[in-house]
Write a protein that binds this ligand. Sequence first.
Ligand code: GFB
Length: 308
Amino acid sequence: MEKSAKIYIAGHTGLVGSAILRSLQAQGYSRFLLRTIEELDLTKQSLVESLMQQEKPDYVFLAAAKVGGIHANNSYPADFIYINLQIQTNIIHAAYQSVVKKLCFLGSSCIYPKFAPQPIKEDSFLDGKLEPTNEPYAIAKIAGIEMCQAYNRQYGTNYISVMPTNLYGLHDNFDLKSSHVLPALIRKFIEARKDGAPSVTVWGTGSPKREFLFVDDLADACVFLMNHYDDSEIVNIGVGEDVKILELAKIIKEEVEYNGTIVFDSTKPDGTPQKLLDVSKIHQLGWKAKTPLREGIRKTIQWYLENK
Ligand code: GFB
C-alpha cells in the first residue's frame, strides 16, 4: 500500500478497526475513509455502494462486524448471522464494483471445527462440525472467506482473509453480558476490589483453553499482510500459546491486586475446549506477535481505568 493511498477502515471505532487505524497512522498513512455507525448503516446495500462509488478508496480493511462473547453469540444467533452476512456482502461487492486494489477481510478462529487438531492449521477450514454456541457467527465468517475467494477466482480481485485468535485490548467491550472473557474478568476483578467483594465469579469450569492476542499486534499483522501477502488462502494470526481460563483469571486477579477468591458458575457454557492456532504460516511470511499476555493485560487494565 502506497503511503498516499486512500484507505477505508470499516469499523474504525471498534476494537479491531481502531487498532488498525492506530497502526496505519504510526506507519505514515494519512488518507482515511471513516464512517461511524451513526453516519452509515453498513447493513444497507445502497448506502454502502454510494459511499464506495463516491469515495473510491484504494484499499479496504473489513473490520466492521457484530461481535460478542459466548453469551451474546448464544443468545442472539439471528443477529449474529444476519448483520454479519449483510455487512460483509455489501462491502465486498461494493469494493468489487468500485475497483478497490485490495481488501482485507477479518475472520475468526471460530470458523474452524470444534474438534480440529490442535494447534489448528489453516487446512482445517471446512473439515468438521462447528462449536454450537457460535455457529451462526462462524457460518457468516465462512461465507465472507468464500466470497473473497470466489471474487478472486471469478473477477481477479485481490482480497485476503485473515483469521485472528481471541483478541483483547484498548476500546474493547466491557459489558458483562456481551463481552468476551478477558475484558469481562478485568471489569469483574476491578469492581470486586473496589466494592470489597469476597469473591469473583468466573463462568464455566475454568478448564477451557484460549489463546489471546493483543489487538495492536493483530493490527500490525493485518497491515503487514496487506503489504506482503497476495493469496486467497486464509492466514492464521495468533501468538502460538494458550492458557486455561482459570490461569487467565489468576493473572488478572494478580494484576488488579484483588485479594478475594475465584468461584466458578458451571451453569454457564464452556464453549469449545481449545482453539489454539498454528501460526507457522505467518511466521514464515515474516511476522510474529510482540506483546506478552501480562503486558497486554496491564495496558488494557490501564485503558479501562482511564476510560470507563
Ligand atoms: O471469550 P468468550 O466469551 O468466548 O469465553 P469464546 C471464553 C471462555 O471464558 C468460555 C469463559 O469458556 C467462557 O465460559 N468465561 C469465564 C467467560 N468467565 C467469563 C465471563 O465473565 N465472560 C465471558 N464472556 N466468558 C467466542 C465466540 O467464543 O470467541 C465468538 O463466541 C468469537 O464468536 C470469539 O469467535 C473470538 O472464546 O468461547
